[in-house]
Design a protein around this ligand. Structure first.
Ligand SMILES: Cc1cc2nc3c(=O)[nH]c(=O)nc-3n(C[C@H](O)[C@H](O)[C@H](O)COP(=O)(O)O)c2cc1C
Length: 310
């Protein structure tokens, strides 16, 4: 199906998550049903300054599917220069993303992320500028306090040429708290058919179904990717046993180790561990043990033994 200027196999995507949606995580979700994934947000200023850590975020592989490289900047010139660096350095990407959503002060104080929601003129300029590089442009924004303002902002970026607009149904001042509003997503999907992807509180299959029933072009899995890593497969009717899930996660751990080293692999496995241990007898104690573990070997043991040890 054609979504956001791309040919995609489905409508469920992995959202951008800073510090998390690195290459091994994206490969895992590509293999487990995500039809598109995002990098974490990447600083265009860092790309232009030749910052080595920022370049690391452009690592990609043939084991991942369509990839949106999400950029942030406070100026359209800087954004486009960052996009040019991505074009040179990133082996495999399908679209640019622009972050107009991040509410964290270290980002907004420089006029990036959700600070752009207050500057529709700049937002339009950014979309138009990045479109000149000849690649689809996906924008991620947040709900504004007023629904009419949200629709107006989405209209501005779509009129400027954005290929897809993901709306996170929380306002910037809500940050990651409270419930994501779904009615604005539903309204926007009616107003801009085929253009709106949804983000916010996608924890279970029924959340995916609800967003799709509103006519969303796509649904982004974010924190739910860790609490329920096999959710997309479940949506597609594939139910895995506990042993299968563990085996898939251990394969992931090996790949994460290979790409990013043990420390990062352990950090990511800790995020996944809760999804397996949640329903075990004595799960609180097991999860605590998993959180304390310092090596892949330790966390693997905890996952494998699970309730057998209690
Ligand atoms: C740890 C973390 C990092 C995030 N990083 C990004 C990011 O880099 N870019 C972005 O557009 N959104 C980012 N988000 C927002 C998510 O993509 C998503 O919109 C949000 O978490 C709402 O979905 P959820 O309630 O299903 O988690 C981040 C969220 C979290 C929790």
């Amino acid at each position: 199906m054609r979504i956001g200027g791309l040919d995609l196999a489905g409508k469920i995507f992995l959202a951008p998550l800073a510090g998390i949606t690195t290459l091994p995580v994206r490969e895992f979700f590509t293999e487990h049903g995500a039809s598109l994934t995002h990098t974490e947000m990447i600083s265009c200023a860092g790309l232009i300054r030749d910052n080595a850590k920022t370049f690391d975020m452009l690592e990609s592989s043939e084991h991942e599917g369509p990839l949106v490289v999400q950029l942030f900047a406070n100026d359209s010139g800087v954004l486009v220069s960052g996009g040019e660096v991505v074009r040179e350095r990133c082996k495999k990407f399908s679209a640019f993303g622009i972050n107009m959503a991040c509410p964290m002060p270290k980002i907004t104080k420089n006029g990036c992320g959700s600070a752009i929601l207050r500057k529709p003129g700049l937002a339009a300029e950014m979309v138009k500028g990045l479109k000149t590089l000849g690649v689809p442009v996906w924008v991620k924004m947040r709900r504004l306090e007023d629904d009419e303002d949200t629709l107006r902002f989405a209209d501005v970026i779509i009129s400027a040429g954005a290929d897809n607009v993901c709306i996170h149904g929380r306002t910037p001042s809500q940050r990651y708290e409270g419930i994501a509003d779904r009615s604005i997503i539903s309204q926007s999907s009616r107003e801009f058919p085929g253009m709106i992807s949804a983000s916010g509180d996608v924890r279970e299959v029924k959340d995916i179904e609800e967003y799709l029933s509103m006519g969303c072009a796509g649904v982004m899995i974010a924190r739910g990717a860790f609490s329920n890593p096999f959710m997309i497969e479940e949506y597609c009717g594939r139910i895995r046993s506990r042993d299968e899930k563990i085996s898939e996660l251990l394969n992931f751990a090996h790949r994460a180790y290979e790409i990013s080293g043990e420390h990062k692999a352990v950090v990511l496995m800790k995020r996944f561990a809760g999804s397996i241990l949640r329903n075990e007898r004595g799960s609180a104690e097991l999860r605590q043990k998993a959180m304390m573990s310092g090596s892949l070997e330790e966390i693997t043991e905890i996952l494998k033994k699970g309730n057998v040890t209690i």
